[in-house]
Design a protein around this ligand. Structure first.
Ligand code: SF4
Length: 100
């Protein structure tokens, strides 16, 4: 095997490992979204769907929650990822006005 091929393979392996660790670190660094944050308030996010007032949000139906939302990505500790709130975690029991 030529030196340039060895260097290429080592570089490729290092890049793959770096990407893998970056993804892993990114997932661990995600913080729960707080209801008082601007982006949460914009979508009326709550971490407990039981707190939603159906009179204020007529589209809300009993049982609606993040864990049943089409874009929710389940994660550990009853939290998950939501593409609406990049790099943050939302509660499985949560809800927002973009539920679907
Ligand atoms: S879009 Fe869905 S998963 Fe994301 S916060 Fe709203 S209800 Fe939860």
């Amino acid at each position: 095997m030529s030196n340039s091929r060895r260097i290429f393979m080592l570089g490729s392996s290092a890049a793959a490992l770096t990407a893998m660790f970056a993804r892993s670190a990114g997932a661990q660094e995600r913080q729960p979204l707080r209801e008082d944050e601007a982006q949460a308030r914009e979508f009326h996010y709550v971490s407990n769907a039981d707190k939603v007032d159906p009179k204020k949000f007529p589209d809300f139906k009993a049982g609606d929650r993040c864990s049943k939302c089409q874009i929710y990505e389940d994660g550990p500790n009853d939290m998950g990822a939501c593409p609406l709130f990049a790099n943050r975690l939302v509660a499985a029991a949560g809800w927002c006005t973009s539920f679907g």
